[in-house]
Ligand binder design. Sequence first.
Ligand code: ZN
Length: 192
Amino acid sequence: MTEAEIITLFRQSRALLEGHFELSSGLHSDRYFQCALVLQDPTLATHLGSTLAKLFVGLEPIAAIAAPAIGGILVAHEVARALHTRAIFTERVKGTMTLRRGFSLQPGDRVIVVEDVITTGLSTRETMAAVEQASGVVMGVGALVDRSGGTAFKDSSVPHHTLVTLAVQSYVPAECPLCRNRIPIIKPGSRI
Ligand code: ZN
């Protein structure tokens, strides 16, 4: 699947919307990715996960795929399926991304961190920190969509791969041209 085909697939499943959106980061944007709408189809989820997993061939053995909850969980699961390893996830506990539920790593375990959408890369970086805190070694970073145009991980010391890379403008509310034009805002996502 080419990047253009994947974008078409996202549009068709309404996983990519155009309008005026408040992102979970609080920033505003004219485009919004809701990967859950494409991942709700298990066949597509498996296909996207295996396509992403292929970009990390050569890093084996991988002890686990780790992702920030909630958006990254299915992505980690499908990448793990393709790489024949396990999937774990971090959750925010009192503001800190933490491995809970008995998830653990052995010292030196090689881990790939994945996400559905990278906007600033913050929750991905927090998950990388949680993996390192648990004695794992982050070998790579991946996402279905990087909406930072590739800037979020351009200085990363580990390989980073995404299926779709788009430079989508995000604005702090005070500087949002869509707000200035009084376009009604939509607050999608898991926090409402
Ligand atoms: Zn706005």
